[in-house]
Design a protein around this ligand. Structure first.
Ligand code: GLA
Length: 758
């Protein structure tokens, strides 16, 4: 039993409610006056944790009315499971209710709870799933605010084997008056003691998910997005970690939101040195009108705990995302190696040119051609065309179905780019339906990339765009879609919503995007959908429910990508990371890196190319052929293996290294890229992880030579001793010397395989 409700016989109110996973325990209790208190989340243990609660008379703290003369039940100090504004807890609340009389108050008390088999789902929103219904249990805790009649159901999904607990909240108005939800977080974690760091992932367009670690201090640290998308600037994933926690030791908690719009993560240390983490929808520009009888569902948050550092936490999340969040015919299979024409041609192409790029790519082993922006409407630059999803045959010189046919004749799959949430003022759609774009009456809208945002809170808008795009997908029998989103939201005002509902539009917009994606997923179950938002501007677990891979960044510079992929890896597995080899000098940074390094970096993701391979030398083409062979060889290890960050890319100056290791330790792939060259440098050593100490391994150097051939020895210096085999202990504890490379930005890859005669 993963969920235990400990109650005395016949007594309806439980003492404690305990969630067990393989290695963790989560416990809450109903307090003396019916408030739900949080007791514990951490390493697995048994027992009643209520002994941790302390009751003191605390100055300026609020006490429930029923406590009468007892001043020790301080709402401001007791750890809360779902803290509400208006009850005397002055810390950051999870729930703010505006009542019909205009007051801001909700006083949630325990009503009952129940346990069900399998995992709850959330209407219209992405949620972790349990296909067989055997891997999880659901706990529902019913709370009620007696005055307003609002019922709040706390939902918990417990995946015991995966060490994952999910949380979501359902709010139903059982009263007879309209209320407004002003804030409703998905998860809260209260810690009664402990010193923590909070780790969040900030960034910008072209440099997403930068790891940043700061101490949780008194006051509230807020990370979030008010951009209408989860954003490049902050990611809806945060960690709390002990002060000493590192990659392979120390405790840490991860909290990931399955949501692609505005969110808010808060880390607060209170006056009594207690820490609160709150994660959920942003309450800024949010106000949800809830009529009698209506229900509101929050997005879902995922929690996981590791006692063994960040790597183990990442594996928990990677495993969950791969098999319980991503849904796709491609979920458990190899993703095709693709070529995308964006950096090869930008808007300047014809059908013939695209076919020419595909032809060369097919010869070298590429399996899918993606036709990026510019195939539709009057789209020769980014000034026009968005909204008109009709093929520009004049530009292509042929129907798009013909292009697709010719590409298929090469033995390749065919895919297209779309940006369905956007509209250019210079488009037939805008001329016909100007009110479909977000604009505020009487104000000039904010433009970004010359485009406006369609009001996806309106079903007719989603219907209209979906119909146009479905027609093209049907005509071309597309195998792949890249769904982009290239600006953030402003001018939030929906023509049909009415004045009182404008505070719901940002969330309704996201629900509209999910509706669009769900239709795509249902109608085209075999299409591979890749998410994108100017690269990784909507790289979140909500999108991954619909798009099993996401273009990780518009920055294709291999060296910059190492940093972006490093940050991304804390929550998201490599198979979700769209990653391509592009031309040099790199279009974003002007940097030149060797082809092998670009491929080694791109291989740490869903692999592809984004350049015109016709422009390569014959020698380079041979290298590409070999890279694709290598990708096929190691793809399974990369997709399913445990990911180890062997260096901190923001600290280690000389080189970056990462490793994929099979869970049973039988094989591993290590990649090293040199970042800096020095005169007469020290020898650098890379230490492996995840291998079995007493096992013998053979080590093979993979594809490092510029001619693409595999090397033989790991230590090529004169007089070097070459052992017949290495033990796991040698590789893990002593490591191996990294060859001194004659230039920066060189890649070196090692494949390590357990020997048969072990
Ligand atoms: C975004 C994407 C790019 C490309 C362009 C096309 O920036 O991230 O990969 O598709 O749009 O306009």
């Amino acid at each position: 039993m993963a969920i235990i409700i400990d109650q005395e016989q016949k007594l309806l109110t439980p003492h404690t409610i305990t969630l067990h996973t393989k290695n963790t325990t989560y416990q809450m209790a109903v307090g003396a006056y019916g408030q739900l208190l949080h007791l514990y989340y951490g390493p697995r243990l048994d027992g009643d944790m209520r002994y941790l609660l302390t009751y003191y008379d605390r100055g300026f703290s609020g006490n429930p009315y029923e406590a009468e003369c007892d001043k020790t039940y301080s709402m401001d100090a007791l750890p809360q499971e779902y803290p509400c504004f208006g009850t005397g807890d002055f810390r950051s609340p999870a729930f703010v209710l505006k009542n019909a009389d205009g007051s801001y108050c909700a006083d949630l008390r325990f009503v009952s709870c129940e346990v069900c088999k399998g995992k709850y789902q959330i209407p219209g929103l992405p949620a972790v799933y349990d296909e067989t219904g055997t891997e999880s249990e659901t706990l529902k805790v019913y709370l009620e605010d007696a005055v307003s009649g609002v019922q709040v159901t706390l939902l918990y999904g417990v995946f015991a084997e995966l060490d994952i607990i999910t949380r979501a909240v359902q709010i139903t108005n059982h009263g007879d008056k309209t209320v407004h939800i002003e804030k409703s977080a998905s998860a809260v974690l209260d810690f009664m003691n402990g010193e923590f760091d909070v780790i969040h992932f900030h960034g910008r367009h072209g440099m997403e998910r930068i790891f940043e670690r700061t101490s949780v201090e008194h006051g509230n640290q807020v990370f979030g997005s008010r951009r209408g998308a989860s954003s490049h600037q902050q990611n809806p994933f945060v960690m709390l970690a002990g002060k000493q926690t590192g990659e392979d030791a120390g405790e840490c908690y991860g909290c990931m939101l399955l949501y692609s719009g505005n969110f808010k993560a808060e880390a607060e240390k209170d006056q009594y040195e207690q820490t609160r983490l709150v994660m959920g929808l942003s309450d800024e520009m949010f106000s949800w009108r809830l009529e009698p009888g209506e229900t509101f569902d929050t997005p879902e948050a995922v929690l996981s705990y590791s006692a063994d550092g960040f790597s183990a936490l990442s594996w928990n999340l990677h495993r969950l995302i791969r098999s319980h969040i991503c849904r796709s015919a491609y979920r458990d299979t190899k993703r095709p190696v693709l070529i995308n024409n964006w950096e090869a041609t930008y808007f300047d192409f014809t059908g013939e040119k695209i076919i020419g790029i595909a032809k060369q790519a097919a010869e070298l082993g590429v399996e899918l051609l993606v036709l990026d922006d510019g195939w539709f409407g009057k789209r020769d630059d980014d000034l026009a065309g968005l909204g008109d999803w009709t093929v520009n045959e004049k530009k292509l010189g042929m129907p798009l179905s013909k292009v697709a046919e010719k590409i298929r004749a090469l033995g390749m799959k065919f895919g297209i780019w779309i940006e369905p949430e956007m509209i250019n003022e210079d488009s037939d759609l805008y001329r016909k339906h100007p009110d479909w774009a977000f604009t505020i009456p009487g104000r000039k809208p904010v433009r970004a990339r010359y485009q406006l945002v369609l009001d996806y809170s309106r079903k007719e808008v989603v219907d209209g765009i979906f119909a146009q795009i479905a027609k093209v997908l049907d005509e071309t029998k597309a195998d792949y879609v890249k769904m982009d989103m290239n600006r953030h939201l402003t001018d939030i005002w929906s023509k049909t919503a009415g004045e009182q509902n404008q505070g719901a539009i940002l969330h309704r917009y996201v629900l509209g995007v999910y509706d669009f994606l769900e239709r795509l997923h249902k109608r085209y179950p075999n299409i591979l959908i890749e998410g994108c938002s100017g690269g990784g501007g909507r790289f979140d677990a909500g999108m991954l429910y619909y798009t099993p891979q996401i273009w990780c960044s518009d920055n294709t510079d291999a060296i910059e990508r190492i940093k972006i992929q490093y940050g991304t890896s804390f929550a998201y597995p490599s198979c979700t990371v769209g990653s391509h080899v592009s031309a040099v000098p790199n279009h974003q940074t002007g940097r030149t890196t060797e082809l092998a390094a670009r491929a080694a970096v791109a291989m740490a993701g869903s692999f592809g190319y984004e350049l015109d391979l016709n422009l390569l030398t014959e020698e380079e083409k041979e290298q590409v052929r070999k890279q694709i062979e290598n990708y096929h060889r190691f793809e399974m290890l990369i997709r399913q293996g445990r990911y180890y960050r062997l260096t901190d890319v923001w600290k280690k100056r000389e080189y970056a290294a990462w490793e994929y290791c099979r869970t049973d330790g039988s094989e591993a792939l290590v990649t090293v890229v040199t970042l800096d060259t020095q005169c007469n440098p020290a020898t650098e050593y890379v230490k492996l992880r995840g291998l079995k100490e007493d096992t013998k391994y053979r080590v093979e150097v993979v594809g490092t030579k510029t001619d693409g051939t595999n090397g033989q020895h790991i230590n090529e210096t004169p007089n070097a001793v070459e052992p017949d085999y290495f033990t796991g202990a040698q590789l893990v504890h002593a490591g191996v010397p990294i060859p001194r490379m004659d230039n920066e930005y060189r890649a070196w890859q090692m494949y390590i395989k357990e020997m048969q005669e072990n």
